[in-house]
Design a protein around this ligand. Structure first.
Ligand code: NAD
Length: 420
């Protein structure tokens, strides 16, 4: 019988044999998935003694879908993700040509997957460009639906750009456009609702996982109403909805003004001692510096779309993991979630059995955790740690490791399954 993951009052209800749709992906996608799926099945079997099993169903997207059905993202695929809530995907070719949306963007928008979640941690053995990669352990919550992602832009020289400028000048009294004749214009919407649902997701995650802090990363010093709004609404939400469970730096500021800095620090230290979740904020440029200089200060990050884009790549590079970084796009309210490799289709190495499957594997680990199947997730993470720690990896990582031994994709996944 087909069993579906459902959601009730914000809680996922995961049966023992859930149906989970997967998109194999283009390029290296196929060779990754065929090797990874057996590892996932074995981990689940081992963790639950055969009482749980995933019923995988393939759905099509990308080149494979186009070749078989003539559509890049068939309606049945969207319907499956809508119906089964949780799914996983490999990388997809972005179709080139007018009028075709990026498939990844289409999936995120249609399912309103507002939180892009990227955990960043170091695996011992993996080469890193920084001295203390072991101190990097962060989870980024990047807002997925607003900010520049909204894609509201007009090209310079078009009647639309002229219309926007005329409106700004005559109706809004804007005088600051330096070269109006040759300016393109973009709009950056950031809302209270969009901010609140993202920051709420970050705080819930931090509380559930007993983490020390959530840092709101923004450029509110320059963009006061959009990025500054994000910071203010984030803090306000934290105090309003989480009360005693959190201590915010806004609170610290108020105490400092009324009773001095020493008292404010005393309250902060007390909150830390009582393991309250600390909500703080930092300007995006300072944050990027600080992550290099004192990464241990940060745990969960809540940020807007564009900042999140830069931050995700920098942090992933710091742990040497830009090719192995996992990701997920989630709507915590409806339960819809798609877990995905963060790299592309790697056409230059497709079909050679050398691609690193770890990005998809770790995305699957995130999926198992999201489903509440933490035991299976842990088996996989531990096995991966063991292999990397012993210098066993695919060529992209092995060549930089001390005593690195290079394995093909299929050899590496077999080794992983043996080490579960
Ligand atoms: P890419 O990530 O596919 O490749 C960049 C480089 O990294 C290549 O040299 C590749 O061989 C290497 N690489 C990537 N993943 C690897 C892995 N797992 N193991 C070993 N090496 C790996 O980026 P690109 O070349 O800019 O994009 C190729 C295609 O992928 C484009 O069509 C692009 O639109 C698409 N893309 C899709 C996604 C997605 O579906 N999430 C993300 C990025 C790019």
């Amino acid at each position: 019988m087909q069993q579906k993951i459902t959601i009730q009052n914000g809680e996922l209800n995961v049966p023992n044999n859930p149906t989970i749709p997967f998109i194999e992906g283009d390029g290296v996608g196929q060779e990754i998935w065929k090797n990874v799926q057996p590892v996932l099945d074995k981990a689940v079997e081992k963790a639950y003694g055969g009482t749980r099993e995933i019923n995988w169903i393939e759905v099509l997207a990308g080149e494979k879908a186009f070749n078989k059905t003539g559509a890049w993202l068939p309606d049945e695929t969207m319907a499956a993700f809508r119906e089964y809530l949780v799914g996983i995907k490999g990388p997809l070719t972005t179709p080139v040509g007018g009028g075709i949306r990026s498939l990844n963007v289409a999936l995120r928008q249609d399912l309103d997957l507002y939180a892009c979640v990227r955990p960043v941690r170091w695996f011992e053995g993996v080469e890193s460009p920084i001295k203390t990669p072991d101190k990097v352990n962060m989870t980024i919550f990047r807002e997925n639906t607003e900010d520049i992602y909204a894609g509201i832009e007009w090209m310079q020289g078009t009647p639309e750009a002229k219309k926007i400028f005329d409106f700004l000048r005559t109706e809004m009294g804007v005088k600051k456009v330096r070269f109006p004749e040759t300016s393109s214009f973009g709009i950056k919407p950031v809302s209270v609702e969009g901010t609140e649902r993202l920051v709420r997701a970050a705080i819930d995650y931090a509380l559930e996982n007993n983490l020390p802090s959530v840092t709101i990363v923004h450029k509110g010093n320059i963009m006061k109403f959009t990025e500054g709004g994000f910071k203010l609404w984030g803090y306000t939400l934290a105090e309003r909805e989480y009360g005693d469970k959190v201590f915010t730096m806004l609170q610290w500021d108020r105490i400092k003004k009324e009773q001095g800095e020493d008292t404010a620090n005393k309250h902060l230290n007390e909150a830390k001692k009582n393991r309250k979740l600390i909500i703080k904020d930092v300007i995006a440029d300072a944050f990027l510096q600080n992550t290099l200089l004192k990464p241990a200060e940060y745990s969960v990050i809540a940020t807007l779309n564009l900042n999140g884009d830069y931050i995700s790549d920098q942090l992933a590079a710091m742990v040497g993991g830009i090719g192995i970084a996992p990701g997920a796009n989630i709507n915590y309210k409806t339960g819809h979630a798609i877990f995905e490799a963060t790299h592309g289709t790697a056409p230059d190495i497709a079909g050679k059995n050398i691609v690193n499957p770890s990005s998809v594997i770790l995305s699957a680990v995130m999926m198992l955790e999201y489903m509440g199947w933490a035991e299976a997730a842990e088996l996989i993470t531990n096995a991966l740690c063991k292999l990397y720690g012993a210098g066993k990896a695919t060529a992209d990582l092995a060549r930089f490791m001390d005593n690195g031994q290079s394995y093909s994709t299929s050899e590496f996944t077999l080794l992983l399954a043996e080490n579960l």
